[in-house]
Ligand binder design. Structure first.
Ligand code: F6R
Length: 608
């Protein structure tokens, strides 16, 4: 939530900062702002709404020539979206300005103390409290670095912050605690940002700051210190392998559409080097580092949670490992967490920064169980804190609604199930080779199927976009897909949608069914089809309209049938998923909603 960027170098800073904010806007878009020092005074420009509003505001002003600056794009936590709550925030004495991603949990206590000392606040944010706390700390500790570290030691919660002072206009300080912050190392220019694409046009050399670290940055270089005692810290400079093109729309109307259409490539990349046609062997050294678990606890949020539910079916069936899948925000607050010595926790997160998932990982770590991560973002907090990480290699996912990430997570979960199954000797080589061949066929089949699926999604979205409610039903491994279909529809089109296990309808939800309440039924050609059919008939008997997502040759009697390729159970899921994504995409676009940046959401949920 929220994106921050700081720059110090040889170019005019404001355009660099604005360009960076464009790549961070997926993290929040309630307001945006920039700060630089001009003629010994802060020039702070802020605007409510998307970055374009800030750009309009800047276009009415003379260009800034400052070569150090910082910026922010906000996802509101404390205080409504409004200019007064937009960052950067200034200290009362006007000497300091700050941008912040995260939440200072004890800000009300600090604010009360500061108010008692005469400080006044013009926003409702925790961030304005933090910058004034730094000002206050300078009364006893005039050195800014020391005062900043002292203030950070008093603040509890999560933050990635960038602080500038009027007296040193060519320098900024940056710090992180439980929120992402990466430094970009250029030639005569240095960056910090919440995500790498913000500075990728300028450098691929990065340093991942760790929690509890603080950096001093100017155009000559940087120094990193531990916040606790200001002892110097050094980190290896790493090189980012992917390029800017992977973080751009590439001719598609929206990032979401591009990312849906990238799924054949995502599957191909995920399989490369891990499997070979005709062989049941799976090369996953990340798993070999850990013992085969007797019980697996999968912990994740949102779409990643749905991927975990899907993976459970395969891991239990093929590898004979009992799996519990839990929402991270629940797992982390379990009254009594009973993890056994041979259990394993698998955390799934596209961003690798989701606050609840990260907290769940840390709680599991305290119990000493092996921790496996399934992450997309290399260098993310979860990736760094897990004992071993399987990377999904999906490339940057920019659209706020997750699509290709789920496909890549499902793929890796299938490979894990096969690998564990082989290690336990539970399936034979021929069975596993059959699955591997099926997976290797997916990229081509998906590539061929996607354009037709897109056209069908468009037709159906036009027919059903007037509905105010939707059910998504599935059984077995299609139940998690139903949950995901409903999540995609509600978050993108703001149509109320519920995912249900088909068999659960008769226990209450079916009371809602009438002609105006359509149902998406995932009715694939597998052993559960007769059961799903019965559930569809029950809905139709109550005048409910049914769209059946089915395979060729199934006689379903639905109001609309959408045929998707049959790759057998469970691999047909790789066709169901993009069908559901495309239906939500088209519905949202047809209704004129903001597909890539739906209201009230943000890509990386780094707050509780
Ligand atoms: C939905 C969506 C979210 C994320 C969730 C977890 O489209 O994107 O539900 O899946 O916030 O995010 P990660 O996977 O980054 O932990």
């Amino acid at each position: 939530m929220c994106g921050i960027i700081g720059y110090s170098g040889h170019r005019p800073a404001v355009p660099v900062v604005i360009e960076g904010l464009h790549h961070l806007e997926y993290r929040g878009y309630d307001s945006a702002g920039v700060a630089s020092v001009q003629c010994s005074d802060f020039e702070i420009v802020r605007a409510k709404g998307k970055l374009s509003a800030l750009e309009d505001e800047l276009s009415r002003r003379p260009p800034s020539h400052a070569t150090t600056g910082m910026g922010h794009t906000r996802w509101a936590t404390h205080g409504e979206p409004a200019v007064r709550n937009a960052h950067p925030h200034e200290s009362n004495d006007g000497t300091l300005a700050i941008v912040h991603n995260g939440i200072i949990e004890n800000y009300l206590e600090i604010k009360a103390d500061l108010e008692a000392k005469g400080y006044v606040f013009s926003s409702e944010t925790d961030t304005e409290v933090l910058v004034n706390l730094v000002q206050e700390c300078r009364r006893s500790e005039p050195d800014l670095l020391k005062a900043f570290a002292k203030a950070l030691r008093l603040a509890k919660g999560a933050y990635a912050v960038c602080l500038m002072s009027r007296e040193k206009p060519g320098e900024f300080l940056a710090a992180r605690m439980s929120a992402p912050l990466i430094m970009g190392i250029g030639t005569g220019e240095f960056f910090v940002a919440s995500d790498i694409p913000a500075f990728l046009p300028y450098t691929r050399q990065v340093v991942f700051l760790e929690d509890g670290e603080l950096a001093r940055v100017d155009c000559q270089g940087y120094q990193i210190y531990a916040i606790k005692d200001l002892s110097p810290v050094s980190h290896e400079v790493m090189t980012i392998e992917w390029d800017m093109q992977s973080a751009q729309k590439g001719g598609y109307r929206h990032f979401m559409l591009k990312e849906i259409f990238e799924q054949p490539r995502v599957v191909a990349d995920g399989l490369a080097g891990r499997v070979a046609r005709g062989s049941g062997a799976v090369h996953l050294p990340e798993l070999d580092a850990l013992p085969v678990p007797e019980r697996l606890h999968v912990v994740a949020c949102g779409t990643s949670y749905h991927a975990g539910l899907w993976g459970r079916c395969l891991i239990e069936q093929w590898a004979g490992i009992p799996v519990q899948v839990e929402i991270a925000s629940e797992f982390r607050y379990r009254e009594k967490l009973l993890l056994g010595p041979r259990d394993m926790v698998l955390v799934i997160s596209q961003s690798g920064e989701t606050a609840d998932t990260l907290a769940a990982l840390r709680i599991a770590k305290e119990q000493g169980v092996p921790l496996l991560g399934l992450c997309n973002v290399v260098g993310s907090s979860i990736a760094r804190e897990a004992d071993s990480v399987v990377f999904t290699q999906a490339g940057p996912e920019i659209s706020v609604a997750s699509t290709k990430a789920m496909c890549s997570q499902m793929l890796m979960l299938a490979l894990m199930a096969l690998a564990w199954s082989a290690r336990k000797g539970l399936t034979d080589e021929a069975f596993r080779a059959g699955i591997v061949d099926g997976l290797l066929d997916l990229p081509k089949k998906l590539e061929e199927a996607l354009p037709g699926m897109h056209a069908r999604a468009r037709e159906l979205s036009r027919k059903y976009s007037g509905a105010k409610n939707f059910f998504y039903l599935g059984r077995g491994h299609c139940f998690p897909l139903a949950l995901e279909g409903a999540l995609k529809l509600k978050e993108l089109s703001y149509i109320h949608a519920e995912g249900y296990a088909s068999g659960e309808m008769k226990h209450g939800p079916i009371a809602l069914i009438d002609r105006s309440f359509p149902t998406f039924a995932i009715a694939l050609n597998d052993d559960l089809l007769p059961k799903v059919k019965s559930n569809m008939v029950e809905i139709q008997a109550r005048q409910g309209r049914v769209i059946a997502l089915a395979n060729e040759g199934c006689d379903l009697g639905a109001d609309d049938v959408w045929i998707v390729p049959d790759a057998g159970k469970p691999l047909s899921a790789f066709f169901v998923l993009p069908a559901l994504q495309l239906f939500s995409y088209e519905t949202s676009d047809y209704l004129g909603k903001d597909v890539d940046q739906p209201r009230n959401l943000a890509k990386s949920v780094t707050v509780e």
